[in-house]
Design a protein around this ligand. Sequence first.
Ligand SMILES: [Zn+2]
Length: 105
Amino acid sequence: MKQSLIRVWQSFDIEQIKKQLLLAGELTANCENCQHLGIDFVKEVKCPNCETYFKYIGFRTKNNKAEELFAIKRLAEKRPDLMIIDYEDIKRACGKSQARNLLDI
Ligand SMILES: [Zn+2]
């Protein structure tokens, strides 16, 4: 059976995601909960600093879509235990809630 990556749109509580989010860079990741840097996202199941168990892994979108797909495939292969999140969605949702706070609505 051929497996393919597909994007799924689902409603989430952004603040809840941010508490258990590992944000992956090229080589290492950081904990979105405490901002601890240099986490090995291939093997760490919890943050070495705040001991949060990760449930989600985010990635920054790249301009080169082929590179981006390769990075996502790599994350999916290395961390099947984590849900892959597009960090742009998190940023967009946070921007919206910050705007609401500024406008007090
Ligand atoms: Zn942490």
